[in-house]
Design a protein around this ligand. Structure first.
Ligand code: DGL
Length: 270
């Protein structure tokens, strides 16, 4: 049986999942997290479904081994191709969450949505995971998916809020596929780091939806329902693991957790 004091496990290919981790902690400051960034295999977006499933399985076992009460797949790519396996490994003992379902289930809350653009990695877009779920919930909403493979590696390397990143972003967002959209889903957890540049491009004309806030709400709901919210008043000590140390991860991690992250290298595959 799980205990409310146990940490929440969160994983991504790199820093993207930190956007989700920080939203979770903002909502539930007394929770403790164990974060795993699989930088050795970054970017996930270019890998086969089989490889991403294998990475997701190994990380899930690691997080459960660390005593986590919940495993959050804070990566759209792994959510699209690997979540079913994560859920199976978690079984009834450990809660789990992905980043796609919470976003889709709240999409219709704002009524004016007619045509939704979805930008994400090549793998996420190839699965059409968003389109399939959106059509299930809201058959009247049109979707337009666009792979934007340069963005996650660019962000992971620390290229955001500068001229180079703005040029690349503008070039992707100008593609015909995204014409006439009224809403844009950031279907990659790295993208909130370039949200300002995306907003610069649209100048308020398009609603931007990122998954972090919706996922935090859904994590809180699940923990509350299971009676597993941490009752402590003070934040616990978080743990951050990387499968391969990178300086850019460390630098970006400090944006979210100033002074905090003491990163531990942990290669689960050697
Ligand atoms: N942050 C990831 C996502 O949400 C993956 C980026 C990548 O490794 O390609 O899809």
């Amino acid at each position: 049986m799980q205990h409310p004091d146990a940490p929440i496990g969160i994983f991504d290919s790199g820093i993207g999942g930190l956007t989700v981790a920080s939203a979770i902690l903002e909502r539930m400051p007394s929770e403790r997290i164990v974060y795993f960034g699989d930088t050795a295999h970054l970017p996930y977006g270019d890998k086969s479904a089989k490889s991403i499933q294998a990475y997701s399985r190994a990380i899930t076992h690691f997080l459960i081994g660390k005593g986590c009460k919940m495993v959050v797949v804070a990566c759209n790519t792994a959510s699209a191709v690997g979540y079913r396996e994560v859920k199976k490994i978690c079984g009834r003992q450990v809660l789990s969450a992905n980043v796609i379902d919470p976003v889709v289930s709240h999409l219709g809350d704002q009524h004016q949505t007619r045509r939704v653009g979805i930008i994400g990695t090549k793998r996420t877009v190839s699965t059409r995971a968003y389109t399939k779920r959106i059509q299930e919930f809201y058959p009247d909403i049109e979707t337009a998916e666009l792979a934007t493979p340069l963005l996650a590696p660019m962000i992971e390397e620390g290229f955001f809020n500068n001229k180079i990143s703005q040029t690349i972003i503008n070039s992707y967002l100008s593609r015909k596929t995204l014409d006439q959209i009224d809403t844009l889903i950031l279907a990659c957890t790295h993208y909130p780091l370039i949200q300002k540049e995306i907003e610069n491009f649209y100048k308020g004309g398009v609603r931007i939806v990122d998954s972090a806030g919706a996922v935090a709400v859904s994590v809180q709901e699940q923990l509350t329902q299971a009676g597993l919210l941490n009752p402590q008043k003070r934040a616990g000590k978080h743990e951050f693991y990387l499968s391969d140390y990178t300086r850019s991860f460390e630098e970006t991690a400090r944006i979210f957790f100033p002074g905090q992250p003491r990163l531990k290298e942990m290669n689960l595959w050697t």
